[in-house]
Design a protein around this ligand. Structure first.
Ligand code: BGC
Length: 346
């Protein structure tokens, strides 16, 4: 009789656990997973592109595996406090994995503490947190790119054009490249590193430079247009090179150049290779850009989130460096290489 009761209790326990969603280790993998994604600003062009690409890869993964992937997505509107609250809500809503595009890269503590307490892995992306924070727990990851490469590519694009035809670039013929810099955002890893390496690469290539202006335009096309319009009013045709930390700001500078009807167009270099950015390279208004691999990053983010949630290994084409990082190289896009990227976002 006692034995019969014990068997019944065991059966009940197994049935209850099986009904709890998350299967026991060693049993069937889950049929549905939930991913919470919070982005610093849902209106950022590059971040929107990452979101779009993520959704596409997610749909493909669902078709391949039959697993339903529910995505809860929030925009933090530029507030770290809002983002912290969103992460708390993801935990309450039973997300298996949380993906965070940090508002403030120096302020990841809250996100990490909450996630660790709930034992939910976090994949940070695009806005690289400080290394010590990433070291705080063994279930923290980062997907992004090597900022340094993008700055170098900008410097090389300009140096190449100078080598081809210095007289065309050096409008006033003084042998010095007068440039303006549109910076993304105070303290953003990409902004700081791109600003430094674009110019230092050009100098290392043997060109003398003179900075006419350098200001923050928050990755924004509209803000960059305003700055560039002011600079054109101040410096007239003296601007020979426009370095922009991203394509949107390069496009803002181009908007101002078009309106100002400048006689000689400066070199304008961006970063990202967004569809609109590549279109400007095609039209010849943008000299070149460094392709920030939104496809690779979005796919890696999705695959990493998926494998963590499913308790499966990451597909072989993605390698976790130091057990934490997945980064993608930037690629040079100019009129000469554009044809390689025609179908990049298709
Ligand atoms: C991109 C920018 C974007 C920023 C947002 C950068 O990597 O190049 O276009 O605005 O990330 O964090």
């Amino acid at each position: 009789m006692k034995k019969g009761m014990a068997v019944l209790l065991c059966a009940l326990l197994v049935a209850t656990l099986a009904g709890c969603g998350r299967p026991l280790t060693g049993t069937e993998p889950p049929k549905t997973i939930k991913i919470g994604i919070s982005v610093y600003d849902q209106y950022d062009t590059f971040v929107s592109l990452l979101n779009e690409r993520f959704d596409q890869f997610k749909r493909e993964k669902e078709q391949q595996t039959g697993v339903t992937i529910t995505v809860l997505r929030e925009g933090a509107g530029g507030s770290q406090v809002t983002q912290n609250n969103q992460v708390e809500a993801f935990i309450r809503d039973g997300c298996d994995i949380i993906c965070v595009n940090l508002v403030d890269r120096t302020d990841a503590a809250m996100v990490i503490e909450k996630a660790e307490a709930a034992n939910i892995p976090v994949v940070f992306f695009n806005r690289e947190l400080v290394e010590e924070d990433l070291e705080r727990w063994n279930k923290l990851y980062y997907v992004g790119a090597y900022a340094l490469e993008s700055g170098k590519i900008q410097g090389e694009i300009v140096a190449d054009r100078c080598r081809q035809n210095m007289a065309e670039v050096d409008i006033n013929g003084d042998g010095i490249l007068q440039y303006v810099m549109l910076e993304g955002e105070a303290g953003h890893q990409d902004a700081v590193v791109r600003t430094e390496y674009s110019v230092s690469t050009l100098i290392a290539e043997g060109y003398a430079v003179e900075r006419l202006e350098d200001e923050i335009a928050n990755w924004s096309r509209a803000q960059a247009e305003t700055k560039m319009a002011q600079w054109l009013a101040t410096h007239g045709g003296a601007i020979e090179v426009v370095f922009a930390n991203n394509d949107d700001m390069a496009l803002g500078a181009i908007d101002a150049l078009k309106k100002a009807n400048v006689e000689r167009w400066p070199l304008v270099v961006g970063i990202d290779g967004t569809p609109v950015g590549m279109q400007a390279v095609r039209e010849g208004t943008m000299t070149g850009t460094a392709l920030n691999d939104a496809n690779g990053q979005a796919q890696a983010l999705m695959e990493l989130a998926f494998s963590l949630a499913m308790g499966q290994p990451l597909p072989a084409e993605f390698t976790l460096q130091e057990g934490k990082y997945i980064r993608f190289p930037y690629k040079t896009v100019t009129a000469e290489t554009l044809n390689l990227y025609e179908d990049f976002y298709k």
